[in-house]
Design a protein around this ligand. Structure first.
Ligand code: GLA
Length: 416
């Protein structure tokens, strides 16, 4: 798991082959220049010289607005205080050498010809972002890079988006690229969609880049207008990791994407001018019900009602009505479970346990579903007891161990 920083010397055999001397040496403090001692030390250990640039990109938890981003809808995620750090230094040639602390492996590629790596698939996020920057005319320099962090992997907390956005932020800082953060967000998503081949929406890259400390981010995924919404410090964001890897997530995600497109086409066939489910009002959906199959109607109903929930959630969060916010989270879970059918037994058990605990305002699955995590809004003074009760209850019910995190909303990699 990414959360554990291992001995960075493990898995460096291929660096021997590349002619490096990975003898462990502590970074002399006089060399420290980026203020991020752990990753600096790791870089020094691998390459024997201090890094020029260090950046960090956080993972995310989505508070509400699930499976709405690829329907041009609304989302309300927060960046978490778990991140992927990148340290690097320019080279004089066009070679990029990357060492992953968490995968214990190294790769190298030439900027003249960036290809997908079938073996070290963790490097494809970095390759993809680098390739599309080059294709857009940003001439990159060769670089030596070390990266690693503590965003739990395959848990629905967007460790991949953090690697993409971290790569983009790394190149921006190393080469002083004068580019808009939203351009880098779009490019990071393109890397995931087209280079890695995962058809995600834009939410994860957006929040990893533009999150703000102690705030959630309200994003309109159609025009990418956004604003930060303050989170009160009398409530905690508690995330319960079911420990179940999101096995079906990608194939079922693609099925949902197609079903949403089909629903739009069928609703449009009734004469309504709709481009995406974002344009469908609850009354339109009812009017078009007869042209939709039962499944497509329920998929569309989730997206249509979820968009409304996000709009109301932002309003009540801003007005301080945190109880209502919690109710909207609960309704979101029911809709994801019953209409969108992306929850799982484990996620439902975690949510139902949460609903019974004192001090809980709301609980729901978060992210794509089929495993991964739940997000819970819990009164500050009840958070520790909540975590303990859910951990115990989950083990009693399913014999499984949940990891529980109390997150603090954090700054994105490209926020100013
Ligand atoms: C994944 C995708 C996001 C979003 C969520 C579901 O995290 O990467 O773009 O679609 O699922 O809300």
């Amino acid at each position: 798991m990414l959360g554990m920083r291992r001995n960075p010397l493990r898995g460096l055999n291929h660096l021997f082959e590349l002619g490096h001397n990975p003898a462990f040496c502590l970074l002399p403090s006089a060399y420290s220049n980026t203020g991020d001692p752990m990753i600096e030390r790791d870089f020094y250990t691998v390459y024997g010289t201090p890094p020029q640039v260090v950046v960090r990109a956080p993972g995310r938890v989505n508070l509400i607005g699930e499976h709405t981003d690829y329907n041009d809808g609304f989302v309300l995620p927060a960046a978490i205080d778990r991140s992927i750090a990148f340290a690097g230094r320019k080279r004089a040639d066009r070679l990029v050498r990357v060492h992953s602390l968490d995968f214990d492996g190294s790769v190298e590629f030439n900027l003249e010809d960036i290809q997908k790596d079938g073996k070290n698939s963790w490097s494809n996020f970095i390759r993809g972002v680098s390739k599309y920057l080059e294709e857009d005319g940003h001439r990159l320099a060769g670089a030596d890079i070390v990266f690693g962090g503590n965003v739990p992997r395959e848990a629905g907390l967007s460790s991949s988006a953090a690697v993409e956005v971290g790569t983009a932020a790394f190149w921006k800082n190393l080469l002083h690229l004068d580019v808009d953060p939203v351009y880098l967000v779009k490019l990071s998503r393109k890397a995931e969609n087209q280079f890695v081949g995962v058809p995600c929406g834009i939410m994860d890259q957006f929040i990893s880049a533009l999150g703000r400390e102690n705030h959630a981010l309200f994003l309109d995924c159609r025009d990418l207008a956004y604003r930060h919404v303050p989170l009160r410090d009398n409530v905690k964001i508690v995330v319960c990791n079911s420990g179940v890897k999101r096995a079906l997530a990608q194939s079922e995600y693609e099925v949902r994407l197609k079903q949403c497109r089909q629903a739009v086409a069928q609703i449009a066939s009734t004469g309504l001018a709709v481009k995406s489910l974002r344009d469908v009002k609850p009354a339109d959906l009812e009017a078009a019900r007869s042209v939709l199959s039962g499944i497509l109607y329920r998929r569309a109903r989730h997206v249509v009602t979820e968009n409304h929930r996000v709009l109301e959630a932002v309003k009540v969060l801003e007005s301080g009505d945190i109880e209502r916010f919690g109710q909207l989270m609960n309704a979101s879970h029911e809709s994801l479970r019953d209409d969108y059918e992306v929850s799982s037994k484990e996620l439902d058990v975690l949510v139902e346990l949460a609903w019974k605990q004192p001090g809980v305002l709301g609980a729901r699955m978060t992210g794509a579903g089929f495993g991964g995590c739940t997000v819970n809004l819990v009164r500050q003074d009840a958070a520790e007891a909540f975590a303990e009760a859910v951990r115990r209850g989950y083990e009693d019910a399913l014999g499984l161990k949940a990891e529980i995190y109390i997150f603090k909303a954090s700054q994105g990699a490209l926020s100013v």
